[in-house]
Design a protein around this ligand. Sequence first.
Ligand SMILES: [Fe+2]
Length: 269
Amino acid sequence: MTDHDPELIDCHSHILASVDDGPAAIDEAIEMLRIAVDDGIRLIVATPHADAQSDYGAFKRAHTRVVEAASELRIEIMLGAEILVSPSIPTLLVQGSLPTLNGSRFPLIEFDFSIAPPSVETILFDFQMAGLRPVIAHVERYAYVQRSPAIVREWPRRGAILQVNAGSLRGEFGVAAMDVAWELATSAWPVIVASDAHNRRQRSPRLRATYELVARRCGHDRAGALFESLPGAIVRNESIVGIGDPTVEPVDRGRRTNPRRWWHRVLGR
Ligand SMILES: [Fe+2]
């Protein structure tokens, strides 16, 4: 624990019961929320996997159920979705057929893990034209980003916010994902960190230890932007201009060619 006690906000989690590969039953969902509360998370957005065919009504019912079951817990539970991108998604969001993050102009979207969308920039332009600013889920986990991390630099220029999994910063998704995740955390780009929790075991809703790691390297200002102020502005649908200014220089190219980077040493990898 440090003298700064952040109000952690988790914008990517699978905590609704029986709607995707998250908890199978409401009891496990509540256990996950207890873990989040104990970790210092004060606001969590439920983001079930979704696509163009998803039933928004089923998400709303599952959200209502978990909010009621968790009424004793000190945590706010909002609704969103993690939406697999296809050409019709911007229109479906504007029509209100799919959820953004808490009804904001910021939807959480994901791409296929192994195959790059034919034209990411065209897709992002379509979102821009619809008045939306997509948050791109776990950018560090895509194989094509790991091969060529520089491609993500174009995405914020098209209005996107980059989301990194806390587990990637801890090395839980492999060295390639960890390298990209730390490069983004230490960059000047609009980045948020989230748990992408799926269960109460290995992929649980915990952020605090990773916040401390980032704060040690980047300072509390940058860590606060990644875990608190930028996610908070997103769920409140506020302007994000000026949030996320870096307190350290982005990782230089020399470090990128060094197989034993500083975070490998910190994490013992
Ligand atoms: Fe997810």
